[in-house]
Design a protein around this ligand. Structure first.
Ligand SMILES: [Zn+2]
Length: 360
C-alpha cells in the first residue's frame, strides 16, 4: 500500500518482501524493519525471536537517561486506578460514558483552552454528551494515522481503521491519498532514526486513571516506558527552532509545544503515572514535521515547565467538576473560530456600535 522497495528476503527457500514476511510471521513491519535493518539481526532471529511485549517495538536500552527511577510496580497495558465507577477499556475509552466519568487532557483543553485555542465550556459539555462532534480535520486525521502506524503498521489493520485512505477512482486509483501518503512518508522517515524508535519503543496506547484535585482523569499514552519515560507522538508544521506561533490574546510568540498546550497534556500524564507507579517520569514529545522532507526530534519538557502546567491544571479542576455535575452554567466562548458557538448562535438585533473600530 505504500511505496516500499521491492527488496526481497530469502529464508528457508521462500522469497518475500518485508511486508509479506510481516504477514507470515505475525511480527509487525516496524519490528522486522528495526531488527533487520537497524540492528542487523539474522533473518533466523528476526523472524523467530519473540517480540517482548505485544505492543512494544525494539528494546529500550538505547535511551539515555541520567538516572533510573526505581521500579515500584509493573504496568502492562492493563488499566490502573479506581475501577468502581466505570470499567475503562480500549473499546470504550472514547465513549460518552467514559468522557462523563473521566476528564482527559483533551477534555481539559476543551474546557480551559490552550494558547492557540481558547476554551469553550458549553462546547466541551456538548462534546461530552455527544451533541457536538468536533470535525475530523486533516491534521487530526494525520495525527491519528501516525499513532495507529506506531501501534500496528500492518496494512490490513490500517485499512480497517482508515477505510478511506486509498483512492478509489481516477488516475490515482489504488494509491494512498496524498494526505495519507504524507503521513506514511513521515512514518518511514522516523523508522530510520534509531533514537526516535527507541523513545517510541514503550508500551503503546497505555491507559491509566487517577484523580487531580478531586477530578477523575483518564490518560492514554503513545509510548510508556515503565520506570523511565512518557512519550507523546506529535506531528507539527516544522521543527525549525525559530518558528513561533503568535497568540493574539496575549501577544506572545510561543513554540509549537506551548502554543498547542502539550505541556498541559504531559503534566497530566506525568501526574497520573506518578499516582499509579510512584515514579515521576521524564516527559518527551516525539515530533515529526510535515515538511516535504520530514525531519524528527525528541523534545524533553523540563520539570519546571511541567510543574507550572500541573499547577495550572489543578487550579481549574474544581470548576470543571461543578460544570460536569451541572452545578454551574457553562460559558459560551462566542468566538468566530468556534464551530459550536457559530452553529448555535441566536440571531440578534444589535447596534452598529457593537462592532469595535480598529485602532489602526
Ligand atoms: Zn464556543
Amino acid at each position: 500500500m505504500s511505496r516500499t522497495s521491492r527488496l526481497e528476503y530469502a529464508y528457508k527457500g521462500e522469497k518475500h518482501t518485508l511486508r509479506e514476511w510481516s504477514k507470515i510471521t505475525g511480527i509487525t513491519y516496524g519490528t522486522l524493519y528495526s531488527r533487520i535493518l537497524d540492528h542487523k539481526w539474522s533473518l533466523e532471529d528476526a523472524f523467530n525471536k519473540p517480540v517482548r511485549k505485544k505492543k512494544s517495538k525494539s528494546d529500550t536500552k538505547n535511551i539515555e537517561m541520567e538516572k533510573e527511577t526505581p521500579k515500584i510496580e509493573v504496568i502492562s497495558s492493563q488499566i490502573k486506578g479506581p475501577k468502581t465507577k466505570f470499567n475503562l477499556s480500549d473499546d470504550n475509552y472514547y465513549s460518552n460514558e467514559a468522557n462523563l466519568v473521566y476528564c482527559s487532557a483533551s477534555q481539559f483543553k476543551d474546557f480551559v483552552g490552550f494558547p492557540l485555542r481558547p476554551g469553550c465550556e458549553e462546547r466541551a459539555l456538548k462534546a461530552i454528551s455527544g451533541e457536538y462532534k468536533q470535525e475530523n480535520t486533516k491534521a487530526l486525521l494525520q495525527g491519528s494515522l501516525l499513532d495507529a502506524l506506531w501501534e500496528n503498521d500492518d496494512p490490513d489493520y490500517i485499512m480497517e481503521r482508515f477505510p478511506d485512505c486509498v483512492s478509489t477512482r481516477g488516475v490515482t486509483k489504488g494509491q494512498l491519498k496524498s494526505e495519507y501518503q504524507q503521513v506514511m512518508d513521515m512514518y518511514q522517515r522516523t523508522l530510520r532514526e534509531e533514537k526516535f524508535c527507541a523513545y517510541m519503543s514503550g508500551d503503546k496506547q497505555t491507559i491509566m486513571t487517577g484523580t487531580i484535585e478531586g477530578l477523575d482523569f483518564k490518560i492514554k499514552m503513545d509510548s510508556f516506558i515503565d520506570g523511565k519515560a512518557i512519550v507523546d507522538l506529535k506531528t507539527t508544521k516544522s521543527l525549525d527552532r525559530n518558528l513561533r506561533y503568535y497568540i493574539p490574546d496575549s501577544g506572545e510568540r510561543l513554540p509549537f509545544y506551548l502554543a498547542y498546550g502539550y505541556d498541559t497534556q504531559l503534566a497530566i500524564y506525568r501526574e497520573i503515572v506518578r499516582q499509579n507507579t510512584g515514579d515521576k517520569l521524564r516527559c518527551y514529545i516525539a515530533a515529526v514535521d510535515k515538511d516535504a522532507h520530514p525531519t524528527c526530534d525528541i523534545i524533553e519538557l523540563n520539570n519546571k515547565l511541567l510543574d507550572d502546567a500541573l499547577e495550572h491544571v489543578k487550579s481549574h479542576c474544581n470548576h470543571i467538576i461543578m460544570l460536569k455535575k451541572g452545578e454551574i452554567e457553562p460559558i459560551r466562548c462566542e468566538r468566530s473560530e468556534c464551530d459550536y458557538c457559530r452553529d448555535t448562535h441566536k440571531c440578534q438585533v444589535i447596534s452598529s456600535e457593537e462592532f469595535e473600530l480598529s485602532d489602526e
